[in-house]
Write a protein that binds this ligand. Structure first.
Ligand code: SF4
Ligand code: SF4
Length: 106
């Protein structure tokens, strides 16, 4: 089968990927002032939500936010502590027992 390349200004020799900006969710927020670009969070992320920045030493890119499992493995792996989870609204709801005052999550 003949391989077809996309017609781009560079002759179709490069592949570009961009974060999905229209996606409203941003499951992890990276403090770019503290990130060293070690990419440990990228390595631990099994669903490839995070991808390494093409510029060495820069923070990873949240490429596929809609694929996040919200297990926070990346948060635990970051040696600088600069990742913060942003759970969806439904996951932030707590339920309080009126009688005991105990707070529960679903
Ligand atoms: S919470 Fe899990 S799936 Fe989501 S970005 Fe972190 S490691 Fe990846
Ligand atoms: S693990 Fe932390 S310091 Fe390393 S690239 Fe990810 S966010 Fe940056």
């Amino acid at each position: 089968m003949k391989e077809e390349k996309a017609k781009t200004s560079d002759g179709g020799n490069k592949c570009y990927a961009f974060p999905n900006k229209p996606t409203p969710s941003m499951p992890v927020v990276i403090d770019e002032t503290r990130c060293t670009g070690c990419n440990k969070c990228v390595t631990i992320c099994t669903t490839d939500v995070l991808v390494a920045n093409p510029e060495k030493g820069k923070p990873p890119i949240v490429m596929y936010p809609e694929e996040c499992w919200y297990a926070a493995c990346c948060v635990g792996e970051c040696p600088e502590g600069c990742l913060t989870m942003r759970h969806p609204l439904m996951m932030r709801v707590h339920f309080k027992n009126k009688e005991t005052g105990e707070i529960k999550r679903t």
